[in-house]
Design a protein around this ligand. Structure first.
Ligand code: SF4
Length: 279
């Protein structure tokens, strides 16, 4: 965990700039819990949030709640340009799990700009019960550490930390399992359906980024169908999801509805999500 050397390095030294301690808030539960966990361990920690400008209002509300409860300031880091600019630059190719230019342009670059050449320790909220490796900095001056992994902190612990602090879970966890942009390509079909129900204007905006051309070229968030095609069969998607929820509930009767929901989504065999955006 945070050792004496790291704590001492937070102190300014004569003629040398102090090492910066930074912690990225993604708008998800794990990074929020890490902020609570670290607050009294490193006094001068700098909290930041890479704002793509394409986030859910629930995310902003959750970050504001965190700031108010902890008495901290989370610095918003914005990319040099908005999503549409980059989309044009990438010739209408929407980002995908194989080509995450959104993360590079709208999260990593603003972060590396924020740090510059300063020596920094970045605290990342990958938990002990996760397989994911976590964000690895491309710059030598940034050292990445995983306090939850080191301390053996699991998902149940994270939920306990949030509950105990009075901050609780982000609102969107009722219908979606991850933080990040409303159009994130990591979301499952049922989450797109819920987005259309909860935020129809954002669903329309996500649709507006897609292109299906007469010559057969398709630029869509999902490989197998456009959002228009997806929403046209929403009853089927909902029915399949409810069937899985029922089965999961029968298998694990003691779980809450939120846990059952998360279990169903985890079982859909999709990618684990982005280690920069979904923590
Ligand atoms: S949340 Fe998803 S869409 Fe947004 S930057 Fe991260 S990977 Fe890209």
């Amino acid at each position: 965990m945070v050792n004496n050397t790291q704590q001492r390095s937070a102190q300014p030294q004569v003629g040398k700039k102090a090492v910066r301690h930074i912690l990225g808030i993604s708008g998800g539960k794990d990074s929020a819990a890490l902020a609570i966990y670290m607050r009294d361990k490193i006094p001068n920690i700098e909290y930041f949030f890479c704002d793509t400008g394409e986030e859910l209002e629930e995310t902003y509300a959750f970050i504001e709640r965190l700031e108010a409860r902890l008495g901290i300031k989370v610095k918003r880091l914005a990319a040099t340009q908005g999503f549409r600019y980059f989309l044009e630059k990438y010739n209408d190719f929407l980002p995908s799990p194989q080509s995450r230019w959104c993360t590079v342009q709208m999260k990593i670059k603003p972060l590396e700009e924020f740090i510059g050449d300063d020596e920094a320790i970045s605290y990342v909220a990958i938990r002990a019960d996760e397989e994911r490796k976590g964000y690895v900095a491309t710059k030598d001056n940034i050292k990445v550490v995983f306090p939850f992994k080191e301390a053996g902190i699991t998902k149940a612990d994270v939920e306990h930390i949030l509950e105990e602090s009075g901050i609780g879970m982000p609102e969107y966890y009722k219908w979606r399992s991850r933080s990040g942009c409303y159009f994130c390509f990591f979301q499952r079909k049922i989450e797109w359906v819920r987005l259309a129900e909860k935020h129809p204007e954002l669903f329309e905006k996500a649709k507006s980024f897609e292109k299906v051309l007469p010559d057969g070229r398709r630029y869509t968030w999902n490989q197998d169908e456009s959002l228009e095609e997806l929403i046209a069969r929403k009853e089927k998607i909902i029915a399949e999801h409810e069937k899985r929820m029922k089965l999961q509930k029968q298998r694990k009767p003691n779980k809450t509805l939120a846990e059952v929901f998360e279990g169903v989504l985890d079982g859909e065999g999709q990618d684990e999500g982005c280690v920069v955006c979904h923590v």
